[in-house]
Design a binder for this molecule. Structure first.
Ligand code: PAF
Length: 279
């Protein structure tokens, strides 16, 4: 393939793909930019499984329920493109909002049910509606065969799987492991907004999740949740929720559930962080 390319609309990306007979499998890594090692691990996995990997960078206004959060979301496109440039077989796609949401919008809408009522659904009203919509349109217009998403956003993953099932898009959703730093903090674009002392304080998230993972086989879920909340509150972050649920339905966890997950959302100063571990 020739040098690294960036496309600013879906039409030119499609023309590029059609002009390359050697490309039969396209993988997509949808992002909102501010790329980090976690994104790079999705890209490497996608490169192993596809002829071409399209990394989309689009800060989706529809999924922000808070204007300040949208304004503050880190945007470092030059840095993102220089990170992507190092990979053979990767192209960037930075579409305009009018391209992602055209007048004749192909998204039929789906029912999110419980997924939109608890945890992230409860605390970020409208967020998953916006995520389902944007991911649908990116997959629809880019026609990828496989799409890669991090397990850090596990509820988002369930929403996307449901959207793909309901709309019957011909794409496989590939979940990928969360990448953590040495303290256990999950990598996230929002970490760019943390100060050095915030970083140290934020390690309480993974410490608490790890505590739950170790205790849950021996004690009742309510007891573990109470102790874990106390442990979390011994740090300086402000807890929004700490919940044990089933990772597919997001119904409350019951002892012995092999699909259990513990999810945390918390504020580190003004930065909202989420994370989870499978139980
Ligand atoms: O996880 C994200 O970065 C976003 O929610 C996604 C999937 C790119 C949709 O905008």
């Amino acid at each position: 393939m020739t040098g690294f390319q960036t496309f600013y609309d879906f039409g030119s990306l499609q023309r590029f793909i059609s002009s390359k007979p050697s490309i039969s499998n396209v993988g997509i890594v949808p992002t909102m930019g501010a790329l980090h090692v976690g994104h790079l691990s999705l890209i490497k996995r996608a490169l192993n499984e596809n002829d071409l990997v399209v990394v989309t960078i689009f800060v989706n206004p529809k999924q922000f329920n808070n204007r300040k959060d949208l304004e503050n979301y880190p945007r470092v496109p030059e840095n993102d493109l220089s990170l992507l440039r190092q990979y053979q077989g990767v192209v960037a796609c930075i579409p305009e909002e009018s391209d992602v949401y055209p007048k004749l919008d192909p998204y039929p809408g789906i029912t999110l049910g419980m997924l939109d009522r608890v945890l992230e659904g409860q605390y970020r009203p409208g967020h998953f509606k916006g995520v389902a919509h944007v991911v649908h349109n990116l997959l629809y217009f880019i026609k990828a065969k496989r799409a890669y998403f991090g397990l850090k956003d596990i509820q988002q993953l369930s929403v996307i799987k449901r959207m793909v099932d309901e709309t019957r898009l011909p794409v496989s959703i590939i979940p990928c492991e969360t990448v953590r730093d040495d303290s256990g903090l999950a990598l996230s674009s929002r970490n760019l907004l943390l100060t050095e002392s915030d970083y140290t304080a934020a390690s309480i998230i993974f410490k608490t999740l790890d505590f739950v993972r170790k205790k849950i086989k021996k004690e009742q879920p309510e007891v573990v949740k109470k102790k874990a909340t106390e442990l979390f509150n011994s740090g300086s972050l402000k807890l929004e929720y700490l919940e044990l649920v089933n990772k597919n339905t997001f119904e409350p966890y019951t002892t012995g559930d092999v699909n259990g997950v513990c999810c945390i959302a918390a504020y580190c100063n003004n930065v909202r962080l989420i994370d989870n571990v499978l139980l």
